[in-house]
Design a binder for this molecule. Structure first.
Ligand code: EPZ
Length: 419
């Protein structure tokens, strides 16, 4: 268990370059199995989930080298080894290796990634979709064994625009005979990034970024692929929120504002002044934020569930009544009780949190249950009076690279606590 100590009351000011995107790099690392050659990735975030993905890739027989955000992968010798439970459960997106293993080798074995603090997080849409493509799946408890003499392209309709299930189907469809049409697909920017990589590896894809994506076919290329990971839009939003809640002014570079549009609108509605350029966002916060009468999370392009915790921290100090509705994950409002221990006034009923903003929060010993609620509590602690400790920092390190140093560079008084 690790924690972070924070002395509140410092405005965050300055500028920063955002890390590579966790939710973009993870599916692309699974996709690198489809390329029986070398891929060189740049701007790769050095975070725990990437390290876990590299352990899985090496277990599958790929060779990897990771230094200074450059990642070299040679998957030419890869094979369908089983991904053990202790490795698979370290990271939710381990399940995404099933599709490429079936596509390239006709078989794969791994364990259900399991639920976490934010919800049950089943993978039924993944498994149903793979079965539609012709995979034979057998489940022994948490263990999933998959095989496919051959995969056949078809139309698959997703009951919900699941990001992971869309990625899973895109990966498996690269091994199918004939076109695969994914209806009701997720539209997140991370889907577009995955399709950009798959096209460089030899896939013919149309419709990415819309609710209907067609994988026409896949002709593996032999040449080396060079691929840059885009900036992390959620990490960018998290740092902007920390500046917003501390009355600060920061410039975050390396992010396309269009990928965070609904979040930018939220910042503006709460009284922040945002200046946008093609590769960056400059935020200047008001003395006190304005309450947001109603904000709900939904699939892209709506307001993202991954920004919910950061905005709940902002609402807890805003002037007036705000309501946050969480529509994506059933247990993602648990951070409210931690904020209330800092003096916030938040009532949670079902999927809604009703927040009456207070003038001050006070420091406390806090527990971050997942990486986004950890980041949200850190933002609140930066604005609070006195000293706080946010435990569960190991969750935050799964997705945020070098957060302590970055916050220090922006003027925060923070320090790492390791037990
Ligand atoms: C991805 O998770 C992200 N993770 C999440 O970010 C993000 O919150 C989520 O998409 C929504 O945008 C990665 O990309 C690694 P979903 P994923 O499938 O793919 C239900 C973070 O903090 N569902 O879109 O797991 C599910 O329970 C993480 O960076 C099923 O019921 O999300 C949830 O209620 C957290 N059956 C909803 O759909 C399934 O088979 C959305 O899940 C799959 C999903």
């Amino acid at each position: 268990m690790s924690g972070i100590g924070i002395e509140g009351g410092c405005r965050l000011t300055g500028e920063m370059e955002i890390q590579g995107s966790k939710n973009a790099v993870l599916p692309v690392l699974a996709a690198s199995i489809l390329h029986s050659g070398v891929t060189v990735f740049t701007h790769v975030p050095d975070i725990a989930d990437v390290r876990a993905s590299l352990e899985i890739l090496e277990l599958l027989g790929a060779r990897t080298e990771f230094r200074d955000h450059f990642l070299w992968i040679d998957a030419s010798e890869a094979g369908p080894s089983e991904i053990p439970k202790e490795l698979g459960e370290r990271m939710r997106s381990s399940v995404l290796f099933l599709g490429p293993l079936l596509a390239r080798f006709g078989e794969g074995a791994l364990y259900r990634p399991g639920g976490c603090a934010i919800g049950k997080r089943p993978v039924d849409y993944h498994l149903t979709g793979l079965t539609r493509l012709g995979a034979e799946l057998s489940c022994e408890g948490e263990r999933i064994l998959a095989s496919a003499r051959h995969l056949t392209g078809c139309s698959v309709t997703l009951p919900y625009p699941s990001v992971g299930a869309t990625e899973q189907l895109l990966l498996a469809a690269c091994g199918a005979n004939g076109p695969t049409r994914i209806l009701g697909a997720a539209r997140e920017p991370e889907i577009v990034t995955l399709c950009r990589y798959l096209k460089m590896a030899g896939a013919q894809i149309d419709g990415e970024g819309s609710t209907e994506i067609v994988v026409h076919g896949f002709r593996p290329v032999a040449r080396e692929i060079r691929f840059q990971i885009p900036g992390d839009r959620i990490a960018a939003g998290s740092y902007l929120a920390a500046a917003a809640v501390t009355g600060g002014r920061i410039h975050v570079e390396g992010i396309h504002p269009s990928h965070l549009w609904s979040t930018i609108c939220g910042f503006r509605q709460m009284g922040c002044d945002l200046r946008l350029d093609p590769e960056g966002i400059f935020l200047s916060a008001p003395e006190r934020l304005t309450a947001l009468p109603f904000l709900s999370t939904d699939p892209y392009p709506a307001f993202p569930t991954d920004m919910q915790s950061a905005f709940l921290a902002m609402m807890s100090l805003a002037d007036g009544e705000s309501v946050m509705e969480e529509n994506v994950f059933e247990k993602r409002l648990t951070m409210a009780k931690e904020l209330n221990r800092m003096g916030a006034n938040i009532e949670v009923e079902g999927k809604r949190a009703r927040c009456t903003g207070v003038e001050r929060l006070h420091g406390a010993e806090l527990q971050g249950a997942d990486l986004r609620s950890g980041a949200g509590l850190i933002a609140a602690a930066l604005a609070a009076d006195g000293v706080s400790t946010v435990n569960g920092f190991e969750h935050v390190e799964r997705g945020y690279e070098n957060m302590v140093e970055i916050l220090k560079s922006l003027g925060a008084k923070v320090w790492k606590i390791t037990e």
